[in-house]
Design a protein around this ligand. Structure first.
Ligand SMILES: NC(=O)c1ccc[n+]([C@@H]2O[C@H](COP(=O)([O-])OP(=O)(O)OC[C@H]3O[C@@H](n4cnc5c(N)ncnc54)[C@H](OP(=O)(O)O)[C@@H]3O)[C@@H](O)[C@H]2O)c1
Length: 228
């Protein structure tokens, strides 16, 4: 039985991952910005200047950072403040989290950190400049931390394409949007939260013990295949 902390494990990919890890008998701590607290669910806003991170009082075998953004706009509408906001949530929020739990990760026998990027880092996509910049930073940061923390803590990244979660709901409002989005992917479907959670669960588990500094595309083939 392992102890995992999922920052933002109440919706989308994080919620699917929490469900999976709990069903395997692990202790799973989750967070959200609103709602009721329990012994394993905590309130946290990583955008606070000095967030109150929950005290778990135990080593942490796995840390997953779920907060992210999809702000798609042409560059003429993307002002510096939009880039800063995306960077604060995607990158700085994780840095604050890592500082809060670095020692608890080191105390574990062998810990794993999982971050989320996007397919739009490896594959250039219109209107993704801000999110691609922040998630590109996450990929570089993850590799750097993987080097710094080896062999004690593994650090890997999952890079999804469009996945059916609350974060993506504006892009998946209508059947026409869903069909067009599915059609753009070589595997002809958009992602389900579970598809992405499965990859994160693998990276947390001992099945990936010899992997660190990797970015895994879970993207319906989008980053690797061109349909003809
Ligand atoms: N869905 C996609 O199509 C897609 C595609 C590419 C990459 N990704 C990446 O995958 C990751 C997970 O995305 P998702 O689709 O599962 O998103 P989601 O459903 O919006 O879940 C994000 C989680 O992060 C938490 N969160 C958001 N802002 C926070 C803050 N300021 N402080 C603390 N927690 C905060 C949310 O908690 P609350 O309960 O407080 O809202 C929520 O539980 C993200 O990093 C995203 O960028 C997603």
């Amino acid at each position: 039985m392992k102890t995992y902390l999922l920052i933002g494990g109440k919706s989308g990919i994080g919620a699917a991952l929490a469900e999976q890890l709990k069903s395997q008998g692990h202790i799973v701590h989750t967070t959200s910005r609103e709602g009721a607290e329990t012994s394993t669910h905590h309130l946290l806003d990583v955008l606070d200047d000095d967030p109150t991170f929950p005290e778990l009082n135990s080593p942490i075998d796995g840390l997953v950072y779920c907060p992210g953004s999809i702000n798609l706009k042409p560059i003429k509408s993307l002002k510096p403040k939009h880039f800063r906001e995306d960077f604060e949530l995607n990158v700085i929020g994780f840095i604050k989290t890592l500082h809060a739990y670095r020692e608890a990760l080191i105390e574990a026998k062998s810990a794993s950190v999982v971050l989320f990027s996007t397919v739009a880092v490896q594959t250039g996509m219109s209107y993704h400049a801000s999110v691609a910049a922040s998630k590109g930073a996450i990929e570089g940061l993850a590799r750097s931390l993987a080097a710094e923390f080896a062999p004690k803590i593994r650090v890997n990244v999952v890079a999804p394409s469009l996945t059916d979660t609350p974060l993506a709901k504006r892009l998946l409002r209508t059947d026409a949007q869903r069909e067009a989005s599915a059609e753009r992917h070589p595997l002809k479907q958009i992602g389900e939260a579970k598809n992405v959670a499965d990859a994160a669960a693998f990276l947390l588990s001992d099945q990936s013990l010899w992997m660190t500094g990797q970015v895994i595309g879970v993207d319906g083939g989008m980053s690797a295949i061109k349909s003809i």
